[in-house]
Design a protein around this ligand. Structure first.
Ligand SMILES: Nc1ncnc2c1ncn2[C@@H]1O[C@H](COP(=O)(O)OP(=O)(O)OP(=O)(O)O)[C@@H](O)[C@H]1O
Ligand SMILES: CC(C)(CO)[C@@H](O)C(=O)NCCC(=O)O
Ligand SMILES: [K+]
Length: 253
């Protein structure tokens, strides 16, 4: 019996195997590049012919949803797709229309709530987009923000400049002395400043000090420059998917 936990984001597929004892393997990632996300997902199925169950979270289209369901049905793989809900797994959505909150954000909140032992926190997911979501100790989501991610900010700037500009995130300095590092540092310190500023604006809504949970492909790079302590959890969504898999298994038995 092989259980796979899968997160299909906007740029990359991430996955881990769940063993019988309930431990998740090290998270792996594959960038889609020019290929559709579905191609990466089907490759994953080929790579794990013994997979019996998949718990999936994705932020892609309904078409992706349908294709994944058909592919799993064909292979007799049990599939659970994690969705955003008004209330589930100890988390209460802060959105007016809970189904419109990204399912990845909801799964990240579930993971952080249980990982931190129900402490008030901000979940900061630094992916293609950056999302910041505030959660109180009772699991109530107060809402959050979405901004362009680090790579996307730089890509957008370069594309608008007819691709004349180069980019480097190496050795960032606010006193950059070359174009590539001026853009890399500008986007990096811009994003870092935005995260710090948004978190400072969230804190007054809480009567305890917020904890910060950082995840996503750019988490490590950004953590280096953030001027507050945070928990770096690169596989936060895998942990949320693990919790959901276990919970769903319990409700089935
Ligand atoms: N090996 C890598 N290949 C591609 N991107 C990487 C890699 N390592 C780090 N990154 C960074 O990871 C970011 C994407 O992060 P992540 O995989 O968490 O996003 P995503 O889940 O696809 O997007 P989103 O969460 O917004 O849907 C990119 O902006 C890139 O800068
Ligand atoms: C913001 C992203 C792209 C981050 O992956 C995703 O969570 C998403 O598509 N969300 C839907 C919109 C929302 O969360 O308000
Ligand atoms: K994500």
């Amino acid at each position: 019996m092989t259980i796979l936990l899968v997160d299909a984001g906007n740029s990359r597929l991430k996955w881990a195997e769940l063993d019988a004892a309930g431990n998740a393997s090290v998270q792996q990632a594959l960038a889609y590049g020019e290929r559709p996300a579905l191609a990466a997902f089907l490759d994953l199925l080929d790579r794990y012919p013994c997979a019996t169950h998949i718990t999936l979270v994705h932020v892609l289209s309904g078409l992706f949803d349908d294709s994944v369901m058909a592919a799993c049905q064909e292979r007799a793989i049990g599939l659970h797709i994690a969705r955003s809900a008004a209330q589930a797994y100890g988390v209460v959505s802060g959105y007016q229309q809970p189904s419109t909150l990204g399912a990845d954000r909801f799964v990240g909140l579930v993971a952080a709530h249980h990982l931190l032992g129900k402490k008030a926190c901000v979940v900061i997911d630094c992916g293609t987009a950056i999302t910041l979501d505030a959660l109180d100790g009772d699991g109530r989501h107060l809402g959050g923000l979405i901004l362009p991610g680090l790579q996307l900010s730089a890509d957008a700037l370069i594309a608008r400049a007819q691709n004349r500009l180069s980019l480097s995130f190496e050795q960032p300095s606010v006193f950059a002395d070359a174009t590539s590092r001026a853009i890399g540092g500008g986007c990096l310190f811009g994003v870092v400043g935005a995260i710090e500023g948004i978190c400072a604006r969230m804190q007054p809504a809480f009567d305890t000090a917020l904890q910060y949970v950082l995840t996503g492909g750019d988490a490590q790079r950004l953590q280096t420059w953030l001027r507050f302590e945070c928990h770096l959890v690169p596989d936060l969504l895998m942990q949320g998917l693990r919790y959901i898999t276990e919970h769903e298994a319990c409700t089935r038995c």
